[in-house]
Ligand binder design. Structure first.
Ligand SMILES: NC(=O)c1ccc[n+]([C@@H]2O[C@H](COP(=O)([O-])OP(=O)(O)OC[C@H]3O[C@@H](n4cnc5c(N)ncnc54)[C@H](O)[C@@H]3O)[C@@H](O)[C@H]2O)c1
Length: 254
């Protein structure tokens, strides 16, 4: 795979889960990674391990995007890759969801990704770059239990294509793609399965059952896709929706 040497990458929500795996793989391939998160302790510890930087950021706070870009451009002089990964999952159906939860979900996922794309395009337009937006398979299909989350992830899917369209029309060498993971073994999914089905993914048996039933994957499965999209190997991949779900959306249950 093409090296990411001399690339400067931001990964949001990088203290744990998919963001941590993305940061690790990008660093292993040669990028200098700026990790952002609201979880300062874990984020800082991982940044140190990866010889990267940590920047405390709540992606739903617009001002933090300007501060982050100023920090990155001041310290590194360029931005090549942005992974808009930070997220939360609140379980509610259309009847039980509250306006507050709806707005909080949209503000972290959709507002955060919008501000990230906007600031990254401004920072990257002279040199080019790659923007990778974390959506989900529930951004492609409906979900009774994740009403706000599913709507936000669907919005990220079309926001991504519109950013790609703008950059191509303007002649910027910026690619923008969305990644659509199925169920991946992180704290987010562990909490969801405990809540919905009393399943404990700490147990090998439950993990195996979920692998068969849901196509459960590991964070590295997503990080490898992110590293590909970040690299020049993906130079012709733009505005695409990369589904990484072990067939979950392609195969009928059973
Ligand atoms: N795990 C899955 O199966 C799965 C599937 C599809 C999509 N995703 C998406 O992948 C992304 C990562 O999910 P994960 O499973 O690693 O979740 P996770 O809960 O393990 O980690 C999420 C990280 O985001 C951080 N975060 C939360 N709110 C933030 C905010 N406002 N600002 C900055 N950081 C914030 C958390 O502190 C945490 O470090 C999310 O966007 C999620 O929706 C996950």
């Amino acid at each position: 795979m093409a090296s990411l040497n001399n690339r400067i990458a931001i990964v949001t929500g990088a203290a744990q889960g998919l963001g941590a795996a993305d940061a690790r793989v990008l660093a292993e391939r040669g990028a200098r990674v700026v990790l952002t998160d609201i979880d300062e302790e874990r984020g800082r510890a991982l940044a140190e391990e990866l010889d990267g930087d940590f920047f405390r950021q709540d992606v739903s706070d617009e001002a933090t995007w300007d501060a982050l870009m100023a920090h990155v451009l001041d310290r590194h002089g360029q931005l090549d890759v942005l992974v808009n990964n930070a997220g939360i999952a609140v379980i509610h159906d259309i009847e039980s969801a509250t306006t507050e939860e709806w707005r909080r979900t949209q503000s972290i996922h959709l507002d955060g990704t919008f501000w990230g794309c906007q600031r990254a395009v401004r920072a990257m337009k002279a040199r080019g770059g790659s923007i990778i937006n974390m959506s989900s398979i529930v951004g492609l299909q409906g979900s009774a239990d994740y009403i706000a989350y599913s709507a936000a992830k669907g919005g990220i899917r079309s926001l991504t294509k519109s950013v790609a369209a703008h950059c191509r029309r303007q002649g910027y060498a910026i690619r923008c793609n969305s990644v659509h993971p199925g169920a991946i073994n992180t704290q987010m999914v562990q909490a969801a399965l405990r809540h919905s089905s009393n399943i404990d993914l700490a147990g090998a048996e439950d993990q195996e059952a979920m692998r068969l039933q849901l196509g459960l994957g590991e964070p590295l499965d997503i990080a490898n896709m992110v590293a590909f999209l970040a690299s020049d190997d993906a130079k012709h991949v733009n505005g695409a929706e990369m589904v990484v779900d072990n067939g979950a959306t392609a195969i009928l249950a059973g």
